[in-house]
Structure formats: structure tokens, C-alpha cells
Design a protein around this ligand. Structure first.
Ligand SMILES: CC(C)(COP(=O)(O)OP(=O)(O)OC[C@H]1O[C@@H](n2cnc3c(N)ncnc32)[C@H](O)[C@@H]1OP(=O)(O)O)[C@@H](O)C(=O)NCCC(=O)NCCS
Length: 273
């Protein structure tokens, strides 16, 4: 198969933002989960995730944008933050051409490691990434706790509410397993206005923390971690029990938990599946 000679690429930064947003939504049409971020949320996500629009690209056939690929950069590390080709243009090398462009842009900016996440069932995307040399390094889990799960007992240990910025000084020492890009500290700092924190403390010292956002009828967890000196599973379970005791009948959701995250057993303990 050859690339359509009419296909042209340009920097995403050169597009009107509304067009970029519309093309992104169109590129994810028919995706496994519904992707329809409102314009302002899309803009905020790009900022929080350090997407560099000068390094990101759109593909055009004639005058129409038919695909978008977003590259985020943090120092020497980069992430493919999204790629989508409008359904009627898939299978014609648009995605591959866009990916080559991002690889070139990443190299030109000195990026040495490039990450991405892909749903295990997304065979077309996995094949594309493998073809370009990406290797699987770990599995990330998406878990939820249905709203009608029985309310847990109130934990015996006191859980306190804190401003989220109190968590930052202990964040790195609590994470020996690297969180996914969207839940690295720098991403979370960008979400600070919405984040709520709960913690277990000994005197002034935080020994475990939970960061979450109450979003309509969902509790979205953004971080759950503890001092590795303590029983992490027990601390995590206590924080989660306290959260679901405080907010009964609300669905709990957590996205992209690494398979070797020490808090994973605690999530299972409180009925995340
Ligand atoms: C994934 C996606 C970007 C691929 O773009 P595309 O333009 O359709 O793909 P291309 O025509 O450039 O194909 C390049 C390679 O991808 C793989 N591929 C693409 N479509 C495929 C399919 N339906 N089945 C299996 N492999 C496929 C193949 O390896 C192909 O190379 P090959 O034909 O030499 O084997 C596109 O399917 C898409 O937009 N999907 C919806 C959004 C999405 O899933 N984004 C990725 C999120 S991680």
C-alpha cells in the first residue's frame, strides 16, 4: 500500500484550536470508550500532560484534517498522548505517517525514551506501534467499584483531610513504582484545583495519602501511596474504606494502575474489579 500523494502534514500548533479539537474527536470516533472531551477540558488536558503542539501533527487530505497525533515531552522523556484517524480514512497509512512525524519531532528535541499506553484490545494500534519498534514494558489496569457496592465499615484509624499540596514533599519517596504519565506528580500539580486529599498521619508526618476528584457521580482516584516502611496494603485499604464510607453510593474509578503497584491488593480488598 502506498501513502496517498495528496497527504500533507503540519504542526498542530499552526491549526485553529477548535479545528484541532474537532479532528481529535473525529479521530477517536468508534473507539472502545467514548472520547468526547469538551473543548476546554481538551485544552486543560493538553497543558496538564505537557503536550507540545509544535511537536504534534495533523494530517490533511486536500483541505480536510483526517488525523491528529499528539506528542508530550518532559525533559528526555516523551509520550504519544493520542493519535486518531477519522474512520473513513483509516487503513491508508495516515496513522503510520503521523507516527513517523512524531518520532522525528521527538528525536529532534532530544527525547530518549518514548512511552504510550494502548488498550489491550486495540489490535490496529498495537500492530502499528510494534511495527515502529515500541515494546510492551508493563500492563496498566483500569478498575472500578460499582456505586451499589455495600458501604464499608468506618475504619478504626483516623483519616484526615489535607490540602493536596501537603502531599508533594513525600510523593517521590512513596512511589518506588513509576506512576503512569497522567499521574506523575507534575500532572497532578496541574489538577490541584480539583484534587482532594486524605491521609493517615503520625504526628505531623504523612505516612499514606489518597488523592481524588469527586466528579459528578464518580470518585476518580489519582493517587494512592504510602511510606514503604509501613504495611502499604493495610494503609491503602484504610484510606479506601474511609473514602467509600464518606461517599457511599458513588462509583469509584481508577485508571492506569501499574500491575506491580504495591497498592493494587488494597484496591481489590475494597471491591475494585
Ligand atoms: C490506530 C490508528 C491510528 C491507525 O491508523 P491508520 O491510518 O488506520 O493505520 P495505517 O494505515 O497507517 O496502518 C499502519 C499499520 O498499523 C497496523 N494497522 C492499522 N490498521 C489495522 C487493522 N485494522 N488491523 C491490524 N493492524 C492494523 C498495521 O500494522 C499497519 O501496517 P501494515 O498494513 O503494513 O501491517 C487508527 O486505527 C485509529 O485512529 N484508531 C482509533 C483511535 C485509536 O485507537 N488511537 C490509538 C490510541 S492508543
Amino acid at each position: 500500500m502506498v501513502v496517498d500523494a495528496r497527504l500533507t502534514l503540519s504542526a498542530a500548533a499552526d491549526e485553529p484550536f477548535e479545528d484541532l479539537h474537532a479532528a481529535y474527536v473525529a479521530g477517536y470516533r468508534g473507539y472502545y470508550v467514548h472520547v468526547d472531551l469538551p473543548l476546554e477540558s481538551f485544552r486543560a488536558e493538553l497543558v496538564m500532560e505537557d503536550v507540545d503542539l509544535t511537536a504534534s501533527a495533523v494530517a490533511r487530505l486536500d483541505d480536510e484534517i483526517v488525523g491528529v497525533a499528539l506528542l508530550a515531552i518532559r525533559g528526555l522523556r516523551g509520550r504519544i498522548a493520542g493519535i486518531g484517524v477519522a474512520p473513513q480514512h483509516r487503513g491508508r497509512r495516515v496513522g503510520e505517517t503521523l507516527m513517523h512525524r512524531l518520532l522525528d519531532e521527538a528525536r529532534a528535541r532530544g527525547v530518549q525514551w518514548l512511552w504510550l499506553e494502548v488498550l489491550t484490545q486495540n489490535e490496529p494500534a498495537i500492530r502499528l506501534y510494534q511495527k515502529l519498534g515500541f515494546r510492551r514494558i508493563r500492563r496498566l489496569l483500569v478498575l472500578s467499584r460499582p456505586a451499589d457496592t455495600p458501604r464499608p465499615a468506618r475504619p478504626g484509624v483516623r483519616v484526615v483531610e489535607l490540602p493536596p499540596e501537603r502531599v508533594w514533599p513525600c510523593f517521590d519517596s512513596f512511589h518506588n513504582v513509576r506512576p503512569c504519565w497522567q499521574r506523575e506528580r507534575v500532572s497532578l500539580e496541574g489538577r490541584m484545583r480539583d484534587l482532594k486529599a486524605r491521609a493517615i498521619t503520625i504526628g505531623p508526618e504523612i505516612i499514606a495519602e489518597l488523592l481524588f476528584v469527586r466528579h459528578q457521580s464518580q470518585l476518580r482516584q489519582f493517587d494512592l501511596a504510602s511510606d514503604p516502611k509501613f504495611d502499604r496494603r493495610a494503609l491503602g485499604k484504610t484510606l479506601l474504606q474511609a473514602l467509600h464510607y464518606e461517599f457511599p453510593l458513588v462509583e469509584g474509578v481508577v485508571v492506569n494502575v501499574p500491575e506491580d503497584d504495591p497498592m493494587l491488593p488494597a484496591l481489590y480488598d475494597v471491591d475494585y474489579v
